[in-house]
Design a binder for this molecule. Structure first.
Ligand SMILES: Nc1ncnc2c1ncn2[C@@H]1O[C@H](COP(=O)(O)OP(=O)(O)OP(=O)(O)O)[C@@H](O)[C@H]1O
Length: 258
């Protein structure tokens, strides 16, 4: 469904050039949940921006169902870490959720999808409230509801739970899994948290440091029905976690004393 071929990305030119992505090749199958991990500055956000057509790769290509991506495709939605920046404070929750659908589908259909999406994220009682009246975790649920209402074939998520507390994060992980199962969407999920990547994914793409390449694609052979306690107690979970952490761990800058 999604194919990245020999993709590179360099910002700037000449002596100021920064090569973020050195050359990436991978494919993501329809309905898969794929996480992307790698050291800080590896180019994970840059990769997502190239996938959704916000940035043009310097060379190589991105294609969805064989069609090259050269602008934001209709079939994709994005959820960012910073929910404060992605929600409009002067619009109600229901307006925020329905916004990407305005002008695309009939208003009665928008109402129906907004109701369903807010119900799915447990905010069926918040239609008329404003973002600033909700907690951080609730605001991130609104951002997820907006993506759900849009019904994308591909959902890109860039560290979506990095700004919420641990319990809310676990709840949002499970919410994302159940939404993905129900919708059948393909999810690409950038995270710094290796446990989160293993817990959520069918596959984890491990990137090297910049200029990045794919170090390894790890198939996660855990049963698909995940549970925060039992899945994380599985020996395979610990094995995947150890292997991925070993791959992305940076050498310590502090040398031991002789
Ligand atoms: N607009 C830009 N102009 C110039 N350089 C940029 C720009 N955006 C990112 N970079 C550089 O590209 C490299 C990759 O950045 P990117 O944000 O994609 O990495 P990341 O893996 O998402 O980082 P982190 O894990 O810290 O969020 C970094 O060296 C960064 O400084």
């Amino acid at each position: 469904m999604l194919k990245v071929t020999n993709m590179t990305k360099t910002y700037g030119q000449g002596s100021k050039a920064v090569q973020a992505i050195g050359g990436l090749d991978f494919e993501v199958g329809e309905g898969r949940f794929v996480s992307i991990v790698g050291p800080s500055g590896a180019g994970k956000t840059t990769l997502l921006k190239c996938l959704c057509g916000l940035l043009k790769p310097t060379s190589g290509s991105v294609a969805v169902d064989g069609v090259p991506v050269d602008g934001p495709p209709e079939s994709m939605a994005l959820v960012f870490q910073d929910y404060r920046a992605s929600l409009m404070p002067w619009f109600t929750i229901e307006r925020n959720v329905g916004l990407p659908l305005e002008g695309r589908v009939h208003s009665s259909e928008i109402r129906k999808r907004v109701d369903e999406a807010l119900e799915a994220v447990g905010l069926g009682h918040c239609h008329k409230q404003y973002p600033w009246q909700l907690s951080g975790g609730m605001q991130q649920r609104v951002a997820i509801a907006r993506a759900v209402a849009y019904r994308p074939a591909i959902l890109l998520m860039d560290e979506p739970f990095a700004s919420v507390d641990a319990q809310t994060r676990a709840d949002l992980e499970d919410l994302t899994l159940s939404i993905q199962r129900n919708s059948g969407a393909t999810v690409l999920f950038v995270t710094h948290d290796v446990d989160e990547a293993v817990y959520l994914s069918d596959q984890v793409i491990v990137m090297s440091s910049a200029p990045s390449t794919v170090r390894q694609i790890v198939n996660i052979d855990l049963p698909r029905d995940r549970d925060q306690v039992t899945t994380k107690s599985e020996p395979q979970f610990a094995g995947h976690r150890r292997d991925i952490l070993t791959m992305i761990r940076r050498p310590s800058p502090v040398q031991p004393r002789q």
